[in-house]
Design a protein. Structure first.
Length: 93
């Protein structure tokens, strides 16, 4: 198992935030990831407009997973609708 970090940006409306967070957490469970840290970073200004939005709700996850499962997770995150942006990286050991 390897360690990974995932940062996601969701819309700022309540239904977008709750729906998006539930979908991402379901994807993490589906990919058999063991979440070690889950932080709500709050609403922040975006560096540039994404889908005509200037603010986004940020969430940060640290998890352990198998590399083949992370590839599938990355593909499914690209298709998650309420998600504005995501960044998935492998942590240095």
């Amino acid at each position: 198992m390897r360690k990974y970090e995932l940062t996601i940006i969701l819309g700022t409306e309540e239904n977008e935030t709750s729906t998006g967070k539930e979908q991402v957490e379901a994807l993490l469970l589906k990919s058999e990831a063991a979440t070690t840290k889950n932080d709500d970073l709050g609403i922040r200004d975006l560096a540039y407009a994404i889908r005509k939005r200037r603010k986004g709700h940020y969430y940060y996850y640290e998890f352990d997973a198998e590399p083949q499962n992370v590839f599938k997770l990355e593909e499914e995150l690209k298709l998650t609708n309420p998600l504005l942006k995501h960044l998935l990286i492998r942590k240095e050991q």
